[in-house]
Write a protein that binds this ligand. Structure first.
Ligand code: PLP
Length: 426
């Protein structure tokens, strides 16, 4: 059989270009990371060929004896890593893990309370265009405009007046520690389930560097590809000790939301969970936090507003409202400088969600490729150099060219996948 390059040169070329882009550009999107070679190796195996509807020991297909070993190991490791007594490793993505959790916990039309997209929640936490906003009566909480932190009093007020059946905590863009215990006591007061979506901080939680929601939430969902650094995918966990709930969750994933599990991805998840148990993973997560703090400090020192004044995790939000710069323009100028970030709404944002007045900056990926605090400080300085020119409404061509050169040098010093991939750039 022909290999990829000879059979399909168009796809092979696009993949090679993407590998080169990943090597030559600085990746500051907070939800991205670089999976290890072991994770990618597991994912690129013949396990992709296998149908295994059902669960280990109870499949609808024959020939599942080896994939059963894989899925059992993935479940055991997920439970060990997070101190859970239930894990479902089958969700194809974070959004599908959340859809399954909703399906197990509430009925269409029920009231759910989650953080709004504009304030840092995820689409699946009740946003209007998503299943969670279309099929449920979604009420949304947000941040306190002054502190930039979650407005727990608003959560309490909304919970008391709307009596949701489900409260969702967790975020896509929040730089502080969430008080999971407080969320649980609000849920208990109104008789709601508490679901925590820890997708962004799962790696920090696994390393013990961010408070674990496991003991507080009835159900925890996550992706496996952000700070956790596994393959793209979803995961559902619980330590609630409720076998009826676990049965409902399993039924909601399969046959509720999905057909056959992606066994090659489940194998890669198992590898990632094993990696996350090591001391080097803990050290990595500590560097992720240290690097985020170093970068946030540069922005503050250079006169930029950081939402909530800093960060306790892997990301922070820069508000450009005072400078009158849009997130869209900043994102584009940085992109031309080979620095990838994403525009993000900030509290009191006067701009539309497509334009915004903020940037979300995260350090999981750059830390994986070995950037230290000095590298991150330098990088934050270059970003400020570009933002300064944008704020003066100047032409950014010259500063972008300067930063592009510095970025190229920095990336060459820290290849993502080693020398072989670095050579692919040339
Ligand atoms: N939950 C949160 C908090 C997220 O930030 C994301 C993705 O960014 C998701 C869920 C969805 O994950 P996926 O893109 O795998 O569906």
């Amino acid at each position: 059989q022909a290999g990829l390059a000879s059979f399909d040169s168009q796809i092979a070329a696009a993949i090679a270009e993407e590998v080169a882009r990943q090597e030559a550009h600085v990746e500051l999107i907070a939800s991205e990371n670089y999976a290890s070679r072991a994770v990618m190796e597991a994912q690129g195996t013949q396990l992709t060929n296998k149908y295994a509807e059902g669960y280990p020991g109870k499949r609808y297909y024959g020939g599942c004896e080896h994939v059963d070993v894989v899925e059992k190991l993935a479940i055991e490791r997920a439970c060990d890593l997070f101190g859970a007594d239930y894990a479902n490793v089958q969700p194809h993505s974070g959004a599908q893990a959340n859809a399954a959790a909703f399906m197990a916990l509430v009925k269409p039309g029920d009231t759910v309370l989650g953080m709004s997209l504009a304030h840092g929640g995820h689409l699946t936490h009740g946003a209007a265009p998503n299943f969670s906003g279309k099929h449920y009566h979604a009420v949304q909480y947000g941040l306190n405009a002054e502190t930039g932190e979650i407005d727990y009093e608003e959560v309490e007020r909304l919970a008391r007046s709307h009596k949701p059946k489900l409260i969702i905590a967790g975020f896509s863009a929040y730089s502080r520690v969430v008080d999971w215990r407080r969320f649980r006591s609000i849920a208990d007061e109104v008789g709601a389930w508490l679901m925590v979506d820890m997708a962004h901080v799962a790696g920090l939680v696994a390393a013990g560097l961010y408070p674990s929601p496991i003991a507080h939430a009835h159900v925890v969902t996550t992706t496996t590809h952000k700070t956790l650094r596994g393959p793209r995918g979803g995961l559902i966990l619980s330590a609630h000790g409720d076998s009826e709930l676990y049965k409902k969750l399993n039924g909601a994933v399969f046959p509720g939301q999905q057909g056959g599990p992606l066994m090659h991805v489940i194998a890669a998840k198992a590898v990632a969970f094993k990696e996350a148990m090591s001391q080097t993973f803990v050290q990595y997560q500590q560097r992720v936090i240290d690097n985020a703090r170093s970068m946030a400090k540069v922005f503050l020192d250079r006169g930029y507003d950081v939402v909530s004044g800093g960060t306790d995790d892997h990301l922070f939000l820069v508000s450009l409202i005072r400078q009158g710069v849009t997130g869209k323009d900043a994102d584009a100028a940085l992109g031309r400088s080979h620095i990838t970030v994403n525009k993000n709404a900030v509290p009191n944002d006067p701009q539309s969600p497509f334009v915004t007045s903020g940037l979300r900056i995260g350090t999981p990926a750059v830390t994986s490729r070995g950037f230290d605090a000095d590298d991150c400080e330098a990088l934050a300085g270059w970003i400020c150099d570009i933002l300064d020119v944008l704020a003066e409404q100047g032409n950014t061509d010259a500063v972008e060219a300067e930063v592009r050169e510095k970025v190229a040098e920095l990336c060459l010093r820290h290849p993502v996948y080693g020398a072989a991939s670095a050579a692919a750039q040339e």
